[in-house]
Ligand binder design. Structure first.
Ligand code: ADP
Length: 333
C-alpha cells in the first residue's frame, strides 16, 4: 500500500527523477503501437509486425519478440531511436552493414531493417533461450561434451566471418544467443571490423581499442607496438571456453587494470576438481592455453576443431543438447 510507505525525501525524489531521465535518455521508450507497420518507403509490401514480450535491453537498443502478420513468423525486433549520439550512430551503422551480409547457421540471421515512428527496427532471427552467459551462470558451468558442442559451433562461425574478412572483436558469452534448439548464434556486430587487404594481401591492422575487458586480447592493449588482427577472436574463444567450464572468465578481477595485467602475464588457474565439482581434461586445458598464446601462435578455427579435445572426446547431438540443457537442475535458482 503506497500510502503507508514512508514519504521519500526531496533529495531522494530528485535523484529518482534524474535516474529516470538518464534511463529514458539511454534507452528508447518501448514502442507505443501494438502493431508496427514499416513505412511504405522502406518496404512496399506493407508488412505488419505484432510486438510481443520484452527480450532485453542493451547499451543502446531494446529488443522485443515480434510476429509478422499474417504468416505468424517470429522474429526478434531490435529497436533503436533514429536520432542518437554520433558514437552510437557509428556503432549502429557498422552493425547494420556487417551483420546484414552474414549468413551462417551459428550467426543470428539478419532479415531486414526499417524505420517507423522515429525508430529503426532490425528484424533478426529470434533466439528465445537467452544468452550463453545466462545458461552457464544458471548451470554453474557446463560439462565437457556441452563445451565441445558450443566451441565447435562458435569456431565454425568464426571461420565463416574471418573468411569474409570480418573480425568480430567483441565475442563474449553475453553476445552469443541460444535459438529454440539451444544452438549458439553469434549476435551484436557493433564492434566488428572489415579488414581491408592490400595488394600484397598484408592485413592492414586496426588499432582501435575495443571489446570487453575480460575478453580483450593483450595485443590490443599494446599501443604503438602493433595492431590486432583476426586472432583476437580466437583469444576471446579461449576465454569463452574457460568460462563455459568454470562459469567465470580466467582473468576476472575487481579492476580493469588488474584484468589486463593478468591477461598479459597469462596469470590464471583452473579450479581444482573439489572446488569445481567436475572433471576438466588435460586436453581441454591444453587447447585453451594455445588459444591464449601470442597472436601468431594461436590455432585457427580448423586447427581448433582438429585438436584432441574434440577428436578423442564425446560430442553430443543437438537433440541431446536440446533436451538436457532445457532442464534446470533443482539446486539452481
Ligand atoms: P546492444 O547492441 O544495445 O548491446 P543487444 O544486441 O545486446 O543490444 O540486445 C539487447 C538484448 O536484447 C540482449 O541482451 C538480449 O537479451 C536481447 N536480444 C538481442 N538479440 C536477440 C535475438 N536475436 N533474440 C533474442 N533476444 C535478443
Amino acid at each position: 500500500n503506497a500510502q503507508r510507505m514512508p514519504k521519500p525525501t526531496e533529495a531522494k525524489a530528485k535523484a529518482a527523477a534524474q535516474l529516470k531521465a538518464a534511463k529514458d535518455k539511454e534507452h528508447p521508450p518501448p514502442p507505443p503501437p501494438e502493431v508496427v507497420e514499416p513505412s511504405s518507403t522502406d518496404r512496399p509490401d506493407g508488412a505488419v509486425y505484432h510486438i510481443g514480450k520484452l527480450l532485453g535491453k542493451g547499451g543502446f537498443a531494446i529488443c522485443y519478440s515480434g510476429q509478422l502478420l499474417p504468416s505468424k513468423q517470429k522474429f526478434a525486433l531490435k529497436i533503436v531511436k533514429s536520432q542518437m549520439p554520433s558514437k552510437m550512430e557509428q556503432k549502429f551503422q557498422t552493425e547494420l552493414q556487417i551483420h546484414s551480409k552474414m549468413r551462417h547457421r551459428n550467426i543470428v540471421q539478419f532479415f531486414r531493417a526499417f524505420s517507423y515512428v522515429n525508430c529503426t527496427f532490425l528484424a533478426l532471427e529470434l533466439c528465445p533461450n537467452g544468452s550463453l552467459m545466462d545458461m552457464v551462470k544458471r548451470r554453474k558451468g557446463l560439462t565437457e561434451p556441452e563445451v565441445r558442442f558450443y566451441a565447435v559451433q562458435i569456431s565454425g562461425a568464426i571461420k565463416y566471418m574471418h573468411g569474409k574478412g570480418i573480425i568480430h572483436r567483441d565475442l563474449k558469452m553475453g553476445n552469443i544467443f541460444l535459438d529454440h534448439q539451444m544452438n549458439a548464434k553469434i549476435g551484436d556486430f557493433g564492434l566488428a571490423a572489415l579488414v581491408v587487404t592490400g595488394r600484397d594481401m598484408q592485413t592492414i591492422r586496426r588499432t582501435t581499442l575495443c571489446g570487453t575487458p575480460n575478453y580483450i586480447a593483450p595485443e590490443i592493449l599494446e599501443k604503438g607496438k602493433k595492431g590486432h588482427d583476426h586472432m583476437v577472436d580466437i583469444w576471446s574463444l579461449g576465454i569463452i571456453m574457460f568460462a563455459m567450464f568454470t562459469s567465470k572468465p580466467p582473468f576476472q578481477s575487481s579492476t580493469t587494470d588488474e584484468i589486463y595485467r593478468r591477461a598479459r602475464e597469462r596469470d590464471y588457474e583452473w579450479p581444482s576438481a573439489e572446488v569445481s565439482q567436475k572433471y576438466i581434461s588435460q586436453e581441454a586445458k591444453d587447447l585453451v592455453a594455445t588459444m591464449l598464446e601470442d597472436a601468431d601462435q594461436r590455432p585457427d578455427p580448423d586447427a581448433i576443431v582438429q585438436h584432441p579435445f574434440f577428436t578423442t572426446g564425446y560430442m553430443p547431438s543437438s537433440v541431446e543438447i536440446t533436451s538436457k540443457l532445457r532442464e534446470i537442475p533443482p539446486e539452481a535458482d
